[in-house]
Structure formats: C-alpha cells, structure tokens
Write a protein that binds this ligand. Structure first.
Ligand SMILES: [Zn+2]
Ligand SMILES: [Zn+2]
Length: 121
C-alpha cells in the first residue's frame, strides 16, 4: 500500500497497486512544474488510485492541450498528471508519497537538461 499527500495535507491518497518503476525527467516543463531539478514520476493504474480526502482542493492545469497537471490549489503541491486520451493511467509525482516502497529510477529523460552536479549511484 502506498500513501501520499500534498504539502498542506488537505489532499490525501492511497494507491492499492504496487509501484513497479520510476523515472526522472529533466525536461524544462518538469523542472518548471516541480520547481526543481527533475520530475520524479511513476505511471500507475488510475483505477487503483483512491483520493481519501481533499478532492475539492484539486485543480488541473493544462500546459499542453491533452495533459492535465493536477495539484493542490491550497499549497500548490503537484500530485499527478494524466493524458485526456489515456485517462486510465496517471503519472504520480513521487515526492508526494509518504508511505510504501518506491523503486529507484531506472530511466532518465532529457539528460541534456540534467545539472552536472547530479550523479546517480
Ligand atoms: Zn495541499
Ligand atoms: Zn519532463
């Protein structure tokens, strides 16, 4: 069981599946959206994802027409994104996970934007 929440705690969720893999994405969209070095995400099954509180705090931002970036409008924590043409898969923002196992990233994308002070062990 995976549990997670936004920074203010208004939005809480559980994921009933297992997180099989994770990726780091250094594209500028991810960097700006997370305010950080990379997006750390995992594609998970939407049907196994359960919001346990704070649904009314969720807001969607469309930076590109078919991709919703979902965040808490109270504290601005990014929580997940999904493509409108593939709504059964959500990309969970793994920094929001508070409980459960997350595998180390196996793949990195947009390495040209990866800061040279980052090394993966
Ligand atoms: Zn929040
Ligand atoms: Zn990206």
């Amino acid at each position: 069981m995976i549990k997670g929440q936004c920074l203010c705690g208004a939005v809480q969720y559980q994921y009933h599946g297992k997180i099989e893999n994770s990726i780091l994405c250094y594209c500028t969209d991810c960097q700006q959206a997370q305010g950080s070095i990379a997006g750390w995400n995992s594609a998970v099954d939407q049907t196994q994802f359960e919001l346990t509180s704070g649904r009314e705090q969720l807001k969607e931002y469309f930076h590109t027409p078919n991709k919703a970036r979902v965040f808490c409008q109270n504290c601005a924590s990014p929580l997940y994104s999904y493509r409108t043409d593939l709504p059964d898969i959500i990309r969970l923002r793994l920094g929001s996970v508070t409980e459960g196992d997350i595998p180390a990233p196996k793949e990195e994308f947009f390495l040209e934007h990866k800061p040279n002070f980052i090394e993966l062990r």
